[in-house]
Design a protein around this ligand. Structure first.
Ligand code: 3HC
Length: 311
C-alpha cells in the first residue's frame, strides 16, 4: 500500500470506514499505530509477571485455577496484539527487541510490586477495570485489525475485572486482618491505576493526532473520569475506602470530583525509576533468552517441512 496524504485520509475516515492492512494510509498513521499496538502488546506480556508471582501461592485451588487462566489470557492478548501490529508491516522480533532495549514502553502499572494476595484482587478490580475503560472505545478504533482484536480482549477483561472484585469482596468481608490486607492493596494501587490513562490532556503529545485519526475516541482525562465514576460506587459496595479524601459527587458536573494526581510519579516510572522496572525487564529478557531454543527448533521444523512440501 502507498502513503496517503493526510487530508485525503481524513475524508476517507469521515465515512467511519475501517482502514484495513492493504489500504493506502499516511506513513504517520501507520507509525503511531505500530507505536501504540506494540506497547499495548508489551504491556500485556509484562503484565503477566506481577500476578504470576502469586500463582504458586494462591490461597486455594479455585483461586489458583482462576489466576492461571487470567495470566494465560494476558499472554494471549499480547500475542493477539503482536499479530495486529504485524499487519502494519513490522516484525514481532524487532518489536520485542525494542522493548528489551527500552526504545518501546509498556504500561507503568506493571512496575509496582504485588506484596500480598490482596494485590491480585486490586489488580483485577482496578487495573483490569481501567484497562476495560480504555479498551472498549478501542473496539471502534479506525484500524480494523486493532479494533477487532479489542472485541475479543474486552470479553476476557470483563472476567478479569469480576474475579478481582470477588477476591476483594471475600477479603473485605473476612477477618480484620484480611480486610486490612484488602484496604492496603487498594491504597497502593488506586493512584497508579489512574496514571494508566496517561498524562493530562494538556500534556499528551499523541492525543490530538490520535483523536483526529479515530484511534483515540476519548481523551486521557475523559476516560480517567469515566473510570473514577464507575469505581467509586463499587468501592462503597466493597466497604473499602479509596485513598483520596477529595472524592465526592459533584451534581453540577454529573461526575465525581477527585484529588490531584502526581504525574511526576508517572513520568518517573515511565523513565525507568519505578519500584520494579529493572526486575520486570531482567525477568523478561531472561525468559526470552531461555526460550531461544524453542524458536530455533520451530524455525528448523518449519524449514524442514517447507522443503518436504516443495515450497
Ligand atoms: N505507561 C507507560 N507509558 C505511558 C503511559 C503509561 N501509563 N501513559 C502514557 N504513556 C506514554 C505514551 O506511550 C507516550 O509515549 P510514546 O509517544 O513514546 O508512546 C507518552 O507517554 C505520552 O502519552 P500520550 O497520551 O501522548 O500517548 P497516547 O496517545 O498513546 O496515550 C495510552 C497513552 C492511553 C496508554 C494509549 O497509548 C492507549 O490507549 N494504549 C492502548 C491501551 C494500553 O496500552 N493499555 C496499557 C495497559 S494494558 C493492560 O492493562 C493489560 C490488562 O490486561 C491488565
Amino acid at each position: 500500500p502507498a502513503d496517503l496524504d493526510p487530508e485525503t485520509f481524513v475524508e476517507l475516515l469521515a465515512d467511519e470506514d475501517r482502514v484495513e492492512p492493504r489500504d493506502d494510509m499516511p506513513a504517520a498513521y501507520r507509525k503511531t499505530l505500530v507505536r501504540q499496538i506494540a506497547q499495548h502488546a508489551h504491556s500485556e506480556i509484562i503484565g503477566m509477571q506481577p500476578e504470576g508471582n502469586w500463582i504458586s501461592r494462591a490461597p486455594s485451588l479455585k483461586r489458583k485455577a482462576i489466576l492461571m487462566a487470567k495470566v494465560q489470557d494476558e499472554a494471549g492478548h499480547g500475542l493477539y496484539l503482536y499479530s495486529a501490529a504485524e499487519t502494519l508491516g513490522v516484525d514481532r522480533a524487532d518489536l520485542i527487541d525494542q522493548l528489551h532495549s527500552g526504545r518501546q514502553k509498556y504500561s507503568s502499572i506493571f512496575n509496582y510490586p504485588t506484596l500480598t494476595w490482596a494485590d491480585v484482587g486490586a489488580i483485577g478490580w482496578l487495573v483490569d477495570g481501567a484497562a476495560i475503560t480504555n479498551q472498549v472505545p478501542l473496539c471502534r478504533c479506525s484500524y480494523g485489525p486493532y479494533s477487532r482484536a479489542m472485541v475479543r480482549v474486552c470479553k476476557e477483561e470483563s472476567f478479569h475485572q469480576r474475579q478481582g472484585f470477588e477476591i476483594l469482596w471475600t477479603l473485605s468481608h473476612g477477618s480484620p486482618a484480611q480486610r486490612a490486607m484488602a484496604q492496603d492493596a487498594v491504597d497502593r494501587y488506586w493512584w497508579p491505576s489512574l496514571m494508566m490513562f496517561g498524562p493530562p490532556d494538556d500534556d499528551s503529545p499523541n492525543s490530538a493526532q490520535s483523536m483526529a485519526w479515530g484511534i483515540k475516541r476519548f481523551s486521557n482525562d475523559d476516560l480517567r473520569q469515566r473510570f473514577v465514576d464507575m469505581t467509586v460506587p463499587q468501592s462503597e459496595a466493597l466497604g473499602l475506602t479509596l485513598p483520596d479524601p477529595e472524592i465526592r459527587w459533584n451534581d453540577e458536573r454529573g461526575h465525581y470530583d477527585f484529588g490531584t494526581i502526581d504525574f511526576t510519579e508517572l513520568f518517573e516510572v515511565v523513565k525507568g525509576n519505578g519500584p520494579c522496572n529493572a526486575e520486570r525487564m531482567a525477568h523478561k529478557v531472561k525468559a526470552h533468552e531461555d526460550g531461544a531454543w524453542v524458536r530455533e527448533a520451530a524455525a528448523a521444523y518449519a524449514a524442514k517441512h517447507a522443503v518436504a512440501e516443495g515450497a
